[in-house]
Design a protein around this ligand. Structure first.
Ligand code: GAL
Length: 648
């Protein structure tokens, strides 16, 4: 496993690595064997790279790709966009990093709309190819015809970075895809470590609500015992939202300080919606004005240039006031922009005072914005929402979300995001048409980084129209049972870069089925195969070996199975211990979990490591507490093991 860095030509000034935390891996500045055939040219079009690749090379990664998994043969453009419509690379979080199943991956240190041709046919003198194969002629569908790709001729990887005269390429090697992914994450400073409460229930309430309504809803959540740690206010808390003032609307939130206090006393962590486009009536407007781009966004919103220290500090100072009042996180919206829905964001040719242009800033903004709001939180850990990210951002405590609600896309996001250092939450909105749809969406979101219910445009809880609160509580309780498990998996992410949610292919490289599987993924080490269409069950493919149904304990061997269930199909590897907590409604700092250790199969040599820390700050000490099925008498303020269960 190694990370090589090779410089080609002259790299640009504004690149992801310039703003990333210090790498936590060794970087070898030498030409690796794998790049020796890379041709590089600095041209008028920009920097162009070409390299022959093996014909059967598959490509994974490129950030939060909602429309496709294996990009073999495709053209992927790394362009930030809130409304991806097809599998062309556009994404809330596009990342110029891909992994192959051949033991290598490449990260291109650029914020440009770089294009990756993932196996382009090369001009060839044909020798052993049957040129009279007529199989495509009879097709009547353009989709089929356009999908024609021939990998029997020589193919190459082509990367084009517009305007650039060069770039640093990081060539990352590793035996498994997971090794390569982990090294990429360590290059970005390691994985993030959210606040413990960040893994609990997360409810965003109606944006039209005033103080009384918002508080009433919060109280109802408690009265009804619906697990919830994070309570989010949407645009209506501000005096003006498109663009933002970051000031409380004191007509609608007259006693906002009292409200924050009350919410805090109820055990909620308040999260506020915002975006960074700053309104003339905002108190920091005049100070930040010199450090903003030339174009405005939404109604008169300035676009702060967060590559400039002054802009970062001025903006963070405003958010810090909110944190000092008791706010514990933000939802950083609209930092992606769209080329499809009206082009509402700043232009690609915009000019920023640092010298950066709009194109580059589109791909950097989410990451930099996330950093600025973290400055406001100081050493407080949180787990926040952001709508755009980019390269090298694994260490930031944010998960992505989207307005695009297609359950297939949402599930694909869970498979894909972990390839390139980002977290993705398939939030449950107010749009479920049936109780069944709501159930399936909830079952998916609890097996994701955040258990997020975003009711921003409805005045009731999404399940009220179906009268199925018990079902919802049961699903959210399951999430709460799994919090200690997930926390340990985040700790691994933080220390080693191993993503808590990832493609099955990461861990099971020989299993070719998962190269194109869009609807199964790993949550920690459990395999999750959500049911997202109205159905009694679904087909599930398990990697080789013995597995157990998490709920029923049924023993299954690797291969194809039809699983009929009202639960979400979840499977545990033979020999794994899962710590299950007695569900709590929320997690105050001194929360203590009563844990049952559940072992699946032969777990006599197995152990599980629980993580004990203060749960809320960056400078806490982490204590690793390892338990086995025979030895679990622990002295911990966070956990008490109250029993064991064995599933054979
Ligand atoms: C959207 C966001 C939604 C909601 C809404 C409020 O951009 O994705 O979740 O916050 O703004 O205006």
């Amino acid at each position: 496993m190694s990370v090589y860095k090779v410089r080609y030509g002259t790299p640009e000034e504004f690149v992801p690595s310039k703003f990333a935390p210090a790498p936590k891996c060794e970087i070898i500045e030498a030409m690796p064997e794998g790049l020796k055939d890379m041709e590089f040219k600095a041209t008028k079009r920009g920097a162009i790279f070409r390299m022959p690749i093996e014909k059967d090379t598959d490509f994974f990664g490129f950030g939060l790709q909602l429309k496709g998994i294996n990009q073999k043969g495709n053209k992927i453009t790394i362009q930030n966009n809130a409304d991806p419509r097809s599998n062309n690379g556009f994404s809330h979080a596009p990342v110029p990093f891909f992994i192959t199943q051949k033991g290598w991956g490449i990260f291109v240190d650029t914020a440009r709309y770089a294009k990756f041709y993932c196996g382009k046919q090369k001009k060839t003198v044909y020798k052993d190819v049957d040129l009279n194969d007529k199989k495509y002629v009879a097709s009547l569908s353009t989709d089929e015809l356009y999908a024609v790709k021939d990998f029997s001729v020589d193919v190459e990887l082509i990367i084009e970075i517009p305007y650039a005269e060069g770039a640093d390429l990081y060539y990352i090697t590793g035996e498994k895809i997971l090794d390569i992914v982990m090294q990429y994450n360590m290059l970005g400073g390691g994985g993030c470590m959210p606040a413990l409460w960040g893994l609990g229930g997360y409810y965003r309430t109606c944006g039209r609500f005033n103080e009384t309504q918002a508080l009433d809803m919060a109280k109802r959540i408690r009265e009804h015992h619906i697990p919830c740690d994070i309570y989010g206010l949407e645009p209506g808390w501000q005096t003006y939202a498109y663009s933002c003032t970051y000031d409380w609307d004191t007509e609608r939130f007259k006693n906002y300080k009292e409200t924050i206090k009350e919410l805090t006393e109820l055990g909620f962590k308040l999260n506020l919606w915002e975006h960074c486009y700053t309104r003339p009536t905002c108190t920091i407007h005049d100070d930040i004005f010199p450090y903003c781009g030339k174009s405005l966004v939404f109604d008169k919103g300035l676009v702060p240039d967060f590559t400039i220290k002054e802009a970062r500090e001025i903006f963070a100072s405003k958010q810090r006031d909110l944190v000092n009042d008791g706010v514990r996180g933000f939802k950083l919206d609209e930092c992606d922009g769209s080329d499809i829905t009206g082009g509402w964001n700043f232009p690609d040719c915009d000019e920023f005072p640092s010298g950066m242009d709009g194109e580059v800033y589109h791909n950097l903004l989410g990451t930099l914005y996330g950093q600025v709001n973290k400055m406001a939180l100081g050493n407080l850990r949180s787990f926040q929402s952001i709508r755009s990210f980019g390269a090298l951002c694994s260490s930031y405590n944010y998960s992505l979300y989207s307005d695009l609600t297609d359950p297939h896309d949402y599930l694909r996001g869970l498979v894909n995001a972990g390839f390139t250092g980002i977290l993705w939450t398939p939030e449950v909105g107010g749009n479920s048409n049936t109780q069944e749809e709501l159930r399936r969406r909830l079952q998916t979101v609890i097996f994701s980084p955040q258990a997020l219910i975003n009711a921003w445009y409805i005045e009731y809880m999404p399940w009220e129209k179906f009268g199925c609160e018990e079902m919802v509580k049961e699903i959210l309780d399951l999430r709460m049972q799994l919090v200690p498990y997930l926390y340990s998996k985040f700790y691994e992410y933080y220390r080693t870069g191993k993503p808590p949610v990832r493609s099955v292919l990461c861990d099971y490289p020989g299993e070719d089925f998962f190269k194109n599987c869009e609807d199964e993924y790993l949550f920690g080490d459990m395999l999750v195969a959500p049911i997202i269409t109205p159905a009694k069950g679904r087909e599930v493919v398990l990697p080789k070996g013995t597995w157990y149904n998490f709920f029923t304990g049924e023993k299954l061997e690797g291969g194809k199975h039809y699983i009929e269930t009202n639960d979400v199909p979840v499977f545990v590897r033979d020999g794994d211990i899962i710590p299950l907590a007695k569900p709590v409604e929320y997690m105050p700092e001194d929360v203590k979990f009563e844990i049952t250790l559940r072992a699946y199969g032969d777990a006599k040599d197995a152990s599980f490591t629980l993580i004990e820390d203060d749960g809320v700050t960056d400078d806490t000490d982490y204590r690793e507490i390892t338990v086995t099925m025979n030895d679990y008498n622990i002295d911990s303020f966070r956990y008490e093991i109250v029993g064991t269960e064995e599933i054979k």
